[in-house]
Design a protein around this ligand. Sequence first.
Ligand code: PHE
Length: 402
Amino acid sequence: MRSRYRLSLGAAGILVVALALAGCGGSTTDTLVIGEYGSLTGGDATFGQSTKAGVEVALDELIAQKQGKIGGMPVRVVVEDDQGRPEEAASVVQKLINQDRVIAVVGEVASSRSLAGGPICQLNGVPMISPSSTNPGVTQIGDFIFRMCYLDDFQGQVMARFTAQNLGLKRVAMLKDIKNDYSVALAQFFTGEFVKNGGTIEIEQSYQSGDQDYRAQLTAIKARNPQAIILPGYYTEAGLIGRQARELGLTIPIIGGDGWESEKLIEIGGEAMNGCYYANHWSLDQATPKLQAFLTAYRTKFKGDPDAIGGLAYDAATVLFRCMEQLATDDPATFAALGSSKAGTAARKAATRKLRDLIAATSGYEGATGSITLDENRNPKKPIVVIAVKGGKKVFETSIAP
Ligand code: PHE
């Protein structure tokens, strides 16, 4: 609205405002506003930056194919930085809903932040699609919350079997981030399955995201002589821990989950990461045609490779656009309320509920990160790719189907 008032300084502007108020110029102000929240800054800033990049590729596609419009209305994305803090995530989501009047939200990457922002979307009847939050609790918030990725019970199982069966390692150390919901739960899922596979956790140590010095924990771990370290945390800490482990003479493999996925992992960890493994959502050396097309668009725009979050965010935005298009076709009257500045609360709620229903029905969507069919709990089932770090490169190791 602010720009409208600025326009009204000129005679033409007054005319635009007058027409809009009279209900004749609806199409000049009606916009479909989508919210996006993520960590554009802070200790895991590549998470938010990759989300933003993936959504931008989806928007570029919409611009190229449909002039950036759905059902005749332009689509706009409002991006908020939560600095990687759950309290900030809650407050920016509230702002997106109250101030920007978003019709749907893409985000967050980190489970702790999705668990903070999700309840606000649920309460307001605004659909939220997390590209990559894997903690089971995220979609349990309620029926307006969706995700594009596998869950941590499966991820923990796969990591445990990979360690025990593929690598044949039975005695490990667990090093988890106790301030991170994802890390705490994934450690638990891993342990349950690992023990079933005849493994033992020789020692359990913890840290808090943002810590710099891990030598006390690593020294304690070294004293127990385990065959591997299980590190279900994020890339910044994984890189630092890798370096400090090698400095202390710990040469055993370190094994992580999808939280390691960032171009920064190897930048921070350097050679220390060679011989390590982590679970991921894709491997760029195993590209399907759909991934290949996304890679081409992404590389042209950003002159570099996306990480898996970029792909998952692209899929989240694309699924959302498709559902909006379907609503515009199936039920134009309801759809119109999504973009109209004049629609009342009841009409908007009815429209976002219909949008929710369409997202929930997502089935067989072929995305950059694979085929997505949402089950009755709004979760997809997707394979896990294990990545090996070799010679400073991420290499496909194996893929495990759900
Ligand atoms: N799965 C992680 C979480 O739930 C987030 C993440 C996904 C990080 C993908 C990196 C890549 O917290």
